[in-house]
Design a protein around this ligand. Structure first.
Ligand code: NAD
Length: 485
């Protein structure tokens, strides 16, 4: 029988009457059934979170909370293979990726914030007062309260844990929702929490859709204190409007239309490999992926030829195929969206260097949601395909002549998440990096993360930063205490 994925509210697994199918994107088969939370279940979860804050969870010290997070990490590790299977089943990604990136990063997220909260300190100032006396000012960190965490489907357990771990480390009670496309790993995490006896109500998981469903009920609930959201920019804007009347805190990690700039002085092979990685990792379904590649004219033709050869060598394969590099799009809807951009690109005048269509396998995968890794050239900078986030395995390569031109064109976007720069000239790397209008710049690498560093975007790519002390700052409220000595 297909698995039933339920909610986890106040320490109990709760079913609901409304359900929807969980579909495997590799071949379109239904692999499970997912409960859809109604506003009644959202009410229950928010109340359970409130009760937890007023009860045992609210009384936990930072060290005790840190211990709980470590136990969650250990619990994921014990069920590592099940988490891998859940991620693979929901997304169709390679087993290799789930084993080396997604699940290890979820474990690392819990351990990292468990350690960070143990070491966290606050400010203290000795103040000389006007009458020659003294005062002592110091700050205390307190949880925000009930934090709603909503995450997308592209890196399910990695992004879900990136929110719930710091929120709980700081003592908040969480009401979290994974994407409707990828419900399984959050459900497993609820099982882990349950099995270790995690304080009831501190961690609640609701399943369901976004608009006109669980997500909407969560963000409009009057008794929540903050929303941490990763997803599309349009959804972020909608959430912001919804919470505006209650002046709730928001932290948003949103879309991107990222540039990679390859200078003629780059290590050529490393740059080609790097752009293959930054364009096609997770089938291009990473917010950090480069969809706009700018290459200095003197190496442009050679670069396009090498990129084409490397891209055509990528293997579209089933998740358990050790040779597989690329999996399907997450859903039929997303496949249709990406293919509609392939069509639009042709109308906008693109030259299709490779790909540009759905593959035909002649087996069950033809019922799945695959698209070929695709490279375009020849589009004008104002083409919709160069301005809108596609979120698939596709990049456009354009030539540039000068450093200033590359910077201006890379920055010419409504988004500003991540830029990758390829150069061996140290001065150029230092000169160009700070000029990029993006929250993240990588030089001669891509997606190399240190969890202590700030992560987030500018413009339509987000609000605020998460990671290290930036997460501490978002997930807590600070009170300044001034004592006249
Ligand atoms: P999405 O905005 O459609 O959905 C994200 C989540 O929000 C899902 O859980 C969904 O159910 C929920 N949601 C949707 N509408 C809602 C509403 N009205 N109220 C409350 N919740 C709602 O995004 P997606 O398609 O799942 O994810 C892809 C997007 O996420 C891309 O734009 C990508 O760039 C972005 N993303 C950004 C980052 C980052 O760190 N900046 C990371 C990953 C993905």
């Amino acid at each position: 029988m297909a698995e039933l994925i339920t909610h986890y509210i106040g320490g109990r697994f709760i079913e609901s009457v409304r359900r929807f199918p969980n579909v495997n994107p590799v071949d379109g088969t239904v692999v499970g059934e997912v409960c859809e939370a109604s506003s009644a279940e959202v009410d229950l979860a928010v109340q359970a979170a409130r009760d937890a804050l007023a009860g045992d969870w609210g009384r936990c010290s930072p060290v005790e909370r840190s211990d709980w997070l470590r136990k969650l990490a250990d619990g994921i590790e014990r069920r590592f293979d099940e988490f891998v299977e859940a991620e693979v089943r929901d997304t169709g990604r390679t087993v290799r990726q789930a084993r080396t990136l997604d699940v290890p990063r979820a474990i690392a997220n819990f351990r990292f914030f468990a350690d960070l909260v143990r070491q966290a300190h606050t400010e203290c100032f000795e103040t000389v007062t006007a009458d020659g006396g003294r005062a002592l000012n110091y700050t205390v960190r307190k949880p925000l309260g009930v934090v709603v965490a909503i995450s997308p489907w592209n890196l399910p357990v990695l992004l879900f844990s990136w929110k719930v771990a710091p929120a709980m480390a700081l003592g908040n009670a969480v009401v979290a929702k994974p994407s409707e496309e990828t419900p399984s790993s959050a459900f497993l995490l609820a099982q882990v929490a349950h099995d270790i006896g995690f304080p009831a109500g501190a961690f609640n998981v609701l399943q369901g859709f976004g608009g006109q469903s669980a997500g909407q009920a969560m963000i409009s609930h009057p008794d929540i204190d903050a929303v941490t959201f990763t997803g599309a920019s349009a959804t972020g804007a909608h959430i912001m409007k919804t919470v505006a009347d209650g002046v709730k805190d928001v932290s948003f990690e949103l879309g991107g239309k990222n540039a990679a700039i390859v200078f003629e002085d780059a290590d050529f092979d490393a740059a080609v490999d790097g752009v293959v990685k930054s364009s096609f990792t997770n089938s291009g379904q990473v917010c950090l992926c480069s969809e706009r590649v700018l290459v200095q004219r003197s190496i442009y033709d050679r670069f396009v030829a090498a990129l084409k050869a490397r891209t055509e060598a990528l293997v579209l394969g089933r998740p358990d195929d050790p040779a597989a590099d690329i999996g399907p799009m997450v859903s039929r809807t997303h496949q249709a969206k990406v293919l509609s951009y392939f069509e639009l690109a042709r109308r906008e005048g693109a030259t299709v260097v490779t790909g540009g269509e759905a593959p035909v396998f002649g087996d069950a995968r033809d019922e799945g949601f695959w698209v070929r890794p695709t490279i375009w050239t020849g589009l004008p900078d104002d083409a919709r395909c160069l301005r809108e986030e596609i979120f698939g395995p596709v990049c456009h390569v354009a030539p540039f002549d000068t450093e200033d031109e590359a910077v201006a064109r890379a920055n010419d976007s409504d988004y500003g998440l991540a830029t990758a720069i390829w150069t061996q000239n140290l001065s150029r790397a230092h000169r160009v990096s700070p000029r990029m209008r993006s929250g993240l710049v990588w030089v001669n690498t891509w997606y190399l993360r240190d969890l202590r560093t700030p992560f987030g975007g500018v413009r339509q790519s987000g609000i605020g930063r998460e990671g290290g002390r930036h997460s501490l700052d978002f997930y807590s409220e600070i009170t300044n205490i001034c004592i006249k000595v």
